[in-house]
Design a protein around this ligand. Sequence first.
Ligand SMILES: Cc1ncc(COP(=O)(O)O)c(C=O)c1O
Length: 391
Amino acid sequence: MRGEGAPEAEIRRTADGTVQLLRNPGLERERAYGEAERAILSVEAGREARAAIERWSGYAPTPLHSLDAMARETGVAGLLLKDESRRFELLSFKALGGAYAVERLARERGSAGLTVTCATDGNHGRAVAWGAKRSGVRAVIFVHETVSQGRVDAIAGFGAEVIRVPGTYDDAVRHSAEVAAKEGWQIVSDTSWPGYDDVPRHVMQGYAVLAAEILEVEPAFTHIFVPGGVGGLAAGVLSWLWELHGGDRPVFVVVEPDRAACLFESARLGQPTVFPGDLDTIMAGLACGEPSMLAWRILGPGADAFMTITDDAVAAMMRDLAGLGIVSGESGAAAIAGFRHAAFDPAMREQLCLGPQSRVVCLSTEGATDPSIYQQIVGRSADAVFGAAPR
Ligand SMILES: Cc1ncc(COP(=O)(O)O)c(C=O)c1O
């Protein structure tokens, strides 16, 4: 943590001022992945998660597309997009975390009489509801006021009860915790807070499966761009790369909406920090104002840089990916939108050591998780895009 009087962290902005990059002032790149980190996330526990998830019906590693034209355009040797748009029936990577945590709880406690609950901006709740259905347990899911009806319907479609509460995602997290305490329900949250970390650890551990799948196809990439909400996904993926590759791991960049940049702010101030405001962004999955405490313990010393991007940048990227036949939702397209802006800005390129030899992986974490919003932004349905030009 930086002490009082430490120099202001240097923020780089693109020429139009819309995109920001902050090299992580708290980075300890040469620090070994130690016992403290392994107690949160480990390759050993990740292999256990992978073995469990591989047994689920419909499991297959998701595709890693090579976007050759965009690689040329952005001046890198390779650009690979991990496409989560058809992960199980959930259309996002979230299945790997929420459903894995529910399965563990059902195994440990038995499914009879177990009720699982969480707050969600859409995708995590869908994963918990799906996991509950798979494991035969009851699910009650809380959503805040701006979660779209399409996302609510998808959660209810897996048999969960959905309850809408006023305020933001973070308000819904607090509300679900209060109701769960009163009713004796088990919270399955993707974020952690003091005294609650076992379940979020399992959620994040499930996400690390993404990193394992990528390395199996592309063992030698130099950079990875990952979207950030509370930071659980980023921590899960980073932990895997850090433990396996130490200081030789790829440059790790977390990309957030400019209106919900709690991880960027945490890095700037050197400690977990709440991002104020109404978190109003089309990137629903990333509209989080409070970092996960556990995730921050990995990202704080381990992530190389943090970026913020705008809704417009993401919408443009969704349309460009649709032109390649790839369906990427509002939160899904964030990381590669961040990469493209960084690649076009000479100072950002230099700060991230991006060059003609770089092999870059970006995570596209969801498909059209809300089909009507997707169609509004892209001008075509997801089905029409899937049938479009080969990439
Ligand atoms: C599609 C999508 N991408 C990325 C994220 C970010 O994950 P995390 O909140 O673990 O940082 C989410 C979170 O809900 C999401 O739904």
